[in-house]
Write a protein that binds this ligand. Structure first.
Ligand SMILES: [Zn+2]
Length: 409
């Protein structure tokens, strides 16, 4: 694999010599796949300026290999993807319609990497600040024609794909109406939140199947290794709203902590593991064109990437991939001078934000409250990572990951 290392070094001359070994030869046993939901190049650049400054570099951008992914779905109505079709492309290698969770354009269930990894003897896990049953994690571990059937997705987790670690939000989908659970119905911050599952008490069922169940940071810290279900909010682990209208990004447990806990458990399997990690706040706050909260969510993701990168540096048999499922917001990074040419009200440019370690400032400007079709960057480290060099469709993620997750070496 010497040639691959050379190619990588040429493409990214910033690399130190020792990073070349990260490109990897070597055999991959495990995969950590990290999704910044809604994150394209502009979100990464805004976060780079804000968190690290003009000459700084985010950890997610320090991974030695980089490329681009196109994200368009196969949908009769649109050329711009949602999270469901995008995650289906990753988990199955098949393009499908928006809203589909690992079913094809005819609604037929497709083989999913989350289950195939289990069949190959590996442990599996998912960590997200969204509902654990939201589209992006769901596509790896369930199949349904409609992403909104989150209680059915939870049922399939327990009945079929059996992820060893499930950490995030969305308790409301695991409990029937009238059973509030650890996260009370109709909380002040969002009175619309209440338990609404139609598949019985899935938390009790998870416990009976050997999962430890936790709902607080302390509970998570004390949980022992083994099957683990942690639900830390009714829905998303934050409140997505426009600026100053009850927008809160303050998860009960941060993404980095959940990622660390998941790795502690999954890494005990000698046959390897698959871990999906997601920061959902980037997408949700980009839908609200809320720049300050997007930056907070980006910082959360960055810290989780730091945990994952430390892990793969110490465990060179693990492939780490960081990307986004699509752009959200049509965001760009602009100078503070001049008028706001695009948008009014919600879409008014946000800022100015300080460039870290500088007296310069920048603004975040939006073109839409929806997703866009621009490419997303993908960065990677570890065995097979060089395959991500260049531009590929998002289904290519499946092509690479299946080489690790479907074999029993
Ligand atoms: Zn979105």
């Amino acid at each position: 694999m010497a040639t691959t290392a050379v190619v990588g070094a040429v493409l990214n001359p910033v690399l130190s010599a020792d990073a070349a070994s990260d490109h990897g030869g070597g055999r991959a046993r495990s995969v950590i796949f990290i999704n910044g939901d809604g994150m394209s190049a502009a979100h990464r650049e805004a976060a780079r300026l804000y968190l690290t400054g003009l000459d700084g570099q985010l950890t997610m951008d320090k991974l030695p290999v980089s490329g681009q992914l196109s994200t368009s779905p196969h949908d009769p109505a649109t050329a711009v993807t949602d999270s469901a079709a995008a995650a289906t492309a990753w988990a199955t290698g098949t393009k499908t319609y928006n809203g589909a969770i690992s079913v094809d354009v005819d609604g037929k269930p497709l083989p999913i990497l989350g289950r195939q990894a289990k069949a190959a003897g590996k442990s599996t896990g998912l960590v997200t600040t969204a509902q654990v049953t939201d589209a992006s994690p769901a596509a790896w571990f369930s199949q349904t024609a409609n992403r909104s059937a989150q209680d059915e997705i939870a049922r399939q987790y327990l009945a079929d794909s059996k992820p060893d670690v499930i950490l995030g939000g969305g308790e409301d989908w695991w409990l029937p109406a009238g059973t509030p659970g650890a996260w009370p119905d109709k909380p002040a911050e969002d009175p619309s939140e209440a338990s609404k599952g139609t598949k019985g008490n899935l938390i009790d069922q998870a416990k009976s199947e050997g999962y430890q169940y936790v709902s607080t940071a302390q509970g998570l810290a004390q949980a022992k290794r083994g099957k683990l279900l942690g639900l830390f909010s009714n829905e998303e682990m934050f409140q997505q709203r426009p600026e100053g209208q009850g927008d809160v990004y303050s998860p009960a447990v941060d993404l980095a902590t959940m990622t660390k806990k998941a790795l502690d458990t999954l890494s005990t399997n000698k046959k390897g593991f698959f871990l999906f990690v997601e920061e959902e706040g980037i997408d949700e706050f980009a839908h609200e064109n809320n720049g300050a909260r997007v930056l907070q969510a980006m910082e959360s993701l960055e810290k989780a990437v730091e945990v994952a990168r430390a892990y793969v540096t110490a465990h060179p048999d693990t492939l780490l991939v960081v990307t986004g499922d699509h752009d959200c917001g049509g965001l760009t990074v602009e100078d503070t001078s001049g008028s706001d040419e695009s948008g009014s009200d919600l879409s008014t440019e946000d800022g100015p934000f300080a460039v870290h370690g500088s007296n310069l400032k920048f603004v975040m400007d939006w073109t839409t409250t929806g997703h866009t079709g621009v490419d997303v960057p993908v960065t990677a480290q570890g065995p097979l990572s060089t395959l991500f060099t260049g531009k590929h469709p998002n289904t290519y993620v499946h092509e690479v990951l299946s080489q690790v997750l479907t074999s029993r070496h």
